[in-house]
Design a protein around this ligand. Sequence first.
Ligand SMILES: C[S@@+](CC[C@H](N)C(=O)[O-])C[C@H]1O[C@@H](n2cnc3c(N)ncnc32)[C@H](O)[C@@H]1O
Length: 206
Amino acid sequence: MYIAGVTEREFWNEAYLREPHTTMVPNHLLPHEVAALPVGTALDIGCGNGTNALGLAAIGWKVTGVDWAEEAVFLAERAAFQARVNARFEIADAATWSGGTPFDLVVCTFALPAGGAGASVIRNTRRLLAPGGTVLIAEWDRSMSQPWNFRPCELYDPATIVSMLPDMEVHTAEVRHIPEMFVAGDPRAAHGSWANVTVVKASRPA
Ligand SMILES: C[S@@+](CC[C@H](N)C(=O)[O-])C[C@H]1O[C@@H](n2cnc3c(N)ncnc32)[C@H](O)[C@@H]1O
């Protein structure tokens, strides 16, 4: 349960219905992180309203986005159609989605459920990655539990994510302090515009 009486999936459907035009999280990480990779197929796990997927498609990646919230997928499909980019979307639980041909790049930004459910998503992510492929995971760092009054177990740190990626070659596992993460008025910015983000980038041996 994400909040009392509502499943996480229901929570997100309601969020996208309330704020269909709002980018849930401004993405400061993705363009820089993928710049050095050869363009290929990409999977965006927990794609939300399609911010990452559209960004990747715009620079040539052939993108599939998966989200269990149908409202998110509806928004992402509409945005891709309007932008005329090469991206397709599916409504599915990322912990169990079986996909098709493994992907050259899998991104998962701010989309891991808390605790054990997050581990299932990461396990599936490894399975969906082609040999030599790269996975990029970004999550609110555990240090954000204090300003946001979350239980620490609801958030992640680099070591926890790395421990869920055995047999992978880890290139980046760090906490980044991002001074201007949130725009003015975002309710998550009551403590200030900054956020600490856990970033893990790893590749599957070829
Ligand atoms: C904070 S939004 C992030 C959206 C996007 N990745 C971004 O960075 O802007 C979290 C998204 O993850 C999705 N999500 C969470 N757990 C999921 C799961 N097990 N399967 C599919 N989608 C999931 C939610 O529905 C929501 O759209």
